[in-house]
Design a protein around this ligand. Sequence first.
Ligand SMILES: C[S@@+](CC[C@H](N)C(=O)[O-])C[C@H]1O[C@@H](n2cnc3c(N)ncnc32)[C@H](O)[C@@H]1O
Length: 280
Amino acid sequence: MKSKIKDILIHYKKILKDNNFDTYSLDVEVLLMNVTGFSKTKLYTDFDYTLTKEEFEKFESLFNRRLKNEPIAYIIGSCEFMGLNFLLNKDTLIPRGDTEILVEKAIDIIKENEFKSALDIGTGSGAIAISLAKYCNIPIDAVDINKNALLKAMENAKLNDIENINFIESNVFENVDNKYDVIVSNPPYIRTDVIPTLDANVKDYEPILALDGGESGLVFYEEIANNAHKYLNKGGYLLFEIGHDQARDVVKIMEDNNFCNINVLKDLSGLDRVVFGNIK
Ligand SMILES: C[S@@+](CC[C@H](N)C(=O)[O-])C[C@H]1O[C@@H](n2cnc3c(N)ncnc32)[C@H](O)[C@@H]1O
């Protein structure tokens, strides 16, 4: 196999395309950018560059991981969210574009009400907490039960020049003893019996702890909403990301816990994605 950029682009894109990878073109470009350190433009302007032996071997090893369905974000160890860069490990969920809807709503609420504090439950890579700290400049507490995810979130805070996040290892509220203006959470919400049916790139690579929402898929919504009053200031808001078919159940859970002004927001595909409301 020749190891000029132009030959690699043609040859490896075809392999991915033949194996039904929708993102075949971008995948090969991203892997090539990763091993050469080139920008996308440079890949195409330096088409005739021959990869060194080490670069080519690294490319092949990353490519073989992709061929086994490992998500690109885990292979290169990072992704973009809310215009910020996040490092990932096997303990952190890959932040999804849909979660930006939740973060944008939380930012609006914090700014409109001049809120001064927030708690992120199940912070994972820190995507939500770090984005809120960056764009609202308020102190945030961020909890996760997974220590290895928290370590990566701390690294991500540093990477994005954020100092006002307090990371807490905690089973939901267990080690939390403050009150907040906003509580935000993208909790695990997949029903346990649905997990084996998920796409291979999710079920084989993403942390089960980040996915499993128990038998009903609703255990975290119940636990958080049932206890949120103790941790919210007067007029404070609770915002959840939800699965597309969970709006009715989560609205009911919030109603049962005396939240008011409950709203559902849709994602860019038109699916229910966020539920939020506030206490009096
Ligand atoms: C769906 S992921 C969300 C990650 C990140 N906030 C995001 O939106 O990309 C859920 C997170 O909840 C964490 N988690 C699971 N069980 C938990 C628990 N009992 N207490 C606190 N965090 C938990 C997982 O480790 C995971 O990081």
